[in-house]
Write a protein that binds this ligand. Structure first.
Ligand SMILES: [Zn+2]
Length: 374
């Protein structure tokens, strides 16, 4: 039996692996950080024999409640990621698998590779209205890539969409892939209409370093980018510094920051009700957006989510709050589950790349529905 994590976004520590009925593993911390939750490894072993795998020390992971009712993502071909039931006792997650092939991958959620990221942005630039631009570089020297879609003209609305500030939340890039595919589809009237009245700035991966390292939540030096928006710096958080600088040049009329939530088994949004500039107008916009999205897809709901910030108590280091305050606009953090959307559960796949992709497409229709109001 062999266990590997010597590949992009690989993350696991082997504590014990002498016997297939007692494989004990731990999850490494994000570099220079307390956070750990993302795992990704490959098991090469006997076909047809049951293996028992334990992930230890999860009581101190970033989101211990994320392991309740969580099912492990697994794949033989790195395309189809099915789910394996697991049991959590408050500190150890135990799951059993009888491999059908001698190599099997496991991950916290279906990975979104840096290669696929490059394919996504380079395929997008083939569209005549799409431009790919490198804003600068990360601490590891990776590209901060921005797609501009549509031609800026007076009267057009400015829409910004970013994903994967938290790099282990890979569902965010699957979502953006769906949103971009629809926006760039000439046969889709939602995309065509939006390109007639707005310009999109899209950063599919805000944290390529963390994504490549196999981090859950931070960049190469352990910085949580979604707490850097008030005062980013090139030394600590060039990812945010560069994108924020561009936003200040373009302005923003509508902002979506795409995430995954470890604990809550629903899709939901978090608004800017705690920002000093929050108003009845902004609340009306938020309500219109949520109503549109709920009418479009049963994958969205507004019953379960985060507690709302009290007036004036928003954390302005968070992207969606900083943008709302700076530009006085509709600004949402969009959260998808690592587990499943419990109003429409899927036993085989849980919340999945396919559903994230479709939710991105559907969310674009909700953006279109409120475009006349923003
Ligand atoms: Zn997040």
């Amino acid at each position: 039996m062999k266990i590997f994590s010597n590949f992009e976004s690989g993350a696991i520590n082997v504590v014990k692996a002498e016997s297939i009925d007692d494989i004990q593993l731990t999850i490494p911390n994000d570099n220079q950080s307390e956070f750990y939750q993302w795992f990704h490894f490959r098991l090469e072993s006997l076909v047809g024999e049951q293996h028992s795998i334990k992930l230890l020390n999860l009581a101190k992971s970033a989101y211990p409640e994320g392991w309740d009712n969580y099912r492990v993502a697994a794949s033989y071909d790195r395309e189809e990621w099915f789910r394996i039931p697991a049991e959590f006792d408050g500190d150890t997650l135990t799951f059993k698998v009888t491999p059908e092939h001698n190599s099997i991958y496991f991950a916290y959620f279906a990975p979104y590779s840096y290669g696929r990221h490059q394919d996504l942005i380079h395929h997008a630039q083939l569209h005549p209205e799409c431009t790919l631009e490198t804003l600068g570089h990360t601490l590891d020297g990776n590209d901060m890539s921005l797609l501009t879609i549509g031609t800026p003209e007076p009267g057009k609305k400015i829409v910004w969409v970013i994903g994967r500030q938290h790099p282990g939340e890979t569902m965010a890039e699957w979502f953006i892939e769906g949103l971009l595919t629809r926006l760039l589809d000439d046969e889709d009237s939602v995309g065509r209409t939006l390109l007639g009245n707005s310009v999109f700035y899209v950063v599919p991966n805000m944290n390529p370093d963390g994504a490549i390292h196999g981090h859950l939540r931070t960049n190469a030096i352990g910085v949580n980018l979604n707490r850097e928006w008030a005062e980013p710096s090139m030394a600590r958080s060039p990812e945010v510094f560069l994108v924020r600088q561009k936003m200040l040049q373009t302005g923003v009329d509508l902002f979506l920051d795409i995430h995954g939530d470890e604990a809550i088994p629903y899709n939901f949004v978090a608004g800017s009700e705690g920002t000093p500039s929050y108003s009845e107008e902004r609340q009306a916009l938020e309500d219109a957006f949520k109503s549109a999205l709920m009418a479009i897809t049963p994958e969205f709901q507004d019953e379960y989510g985060y507690d709302k910030d009290k007036p004036g108590e928003a954390n302005l280091t968070v992207a969606s709050n900083w943008v709302a305050e700076q530009f006085d606009c509709l600004s949402y953090t969009v959260e998808m589950p690592f587990k499943d959307h419990d109003f429409a559960p899927d036993e085989d796949y849980g919340w999945s790349p396919q559903r994230s992709h479709q939710f991105g497409r559907d969310t674009l229709a909700a953006v279109s529905a409120v475009m006349g109001l923003v």
